[in-house]
Design a protein around this ligand. Sequence first.
Ligand code: MLT
Length: 267
Amino acid sequence: MRITVNGLKVYYVIAGAVSRPAIVLIHGFPMGSEMWQSQIHALKRNYRVLAYDLRGQGRSETGDGQFTVESLVDDLIALLDELRIERAILSGLSMGGYVALRAIERYTDRVKGLILCDTRSEADSNEGKLARASTIKAIKKDGVRRFATSFLRDALSPSGFSDVRLVRAASRIICKNRPLGLCGTLLAVAARTDTSGFLPKIEVPTLILVGEQDRITPPDLSGRMHAAIQCSELHTISHAGHLSNLENPSDFNRRLLEFLYENFGGQ
Ligand code: MLT
């Protein structure tokens, strides 16, 4: 389904009964809501699950390509308003985590739980910003398909990258993206704020998951978030890199369901 928020058409899927606790799945870069298929399937019986494509990615519109993580938070809140979801559990993977952390910082009362997967609270270092600049150049020069392969080589564990079916499925999601949207997203991510100072103020139950072989947001960054967020629990997902929900969906979903059940009921 598509809905207009802040002047742009946003693609979303929603499943599960209205009476159930709402959980919003926010995807990473350069993906789309499709990356959450296994989690939607696992959660929809007991929760109201919303997954959507961020502005500039998947089937959502990009607009003029000039946006920030603040715009992505504005879109998330407008989407919740449109769908009449007052409070939600936000689950973000990597860039989705940047959006979730900034959303709870700006709209604390709208968030009743957090799930931070393969993400970090720190903003980009100078080195990180320069890497974004090179990626923008590479996408413009060589296109999305070639970028998909280099991204997956870094994002998946070595054994995940040798799994032809997994690589094909993830590439298919990435290749639905357009260069303008991906480059706009890279600029937005490079300009994001550092949310580390807010972590000690988080008072909602928080689950932190990280692939044991995550090289993009390595486990020690999750350890730092866990130390700073009082009401958090941290679990490492074995046999997984940065896209831990795709590489080891059974362990990922088990941790997700256990956390949700313990903190929000729903079974
Ligand atoms: C993501 O998975 O969202 C990206 O790898 C995040 C990033 O590049 O910082």
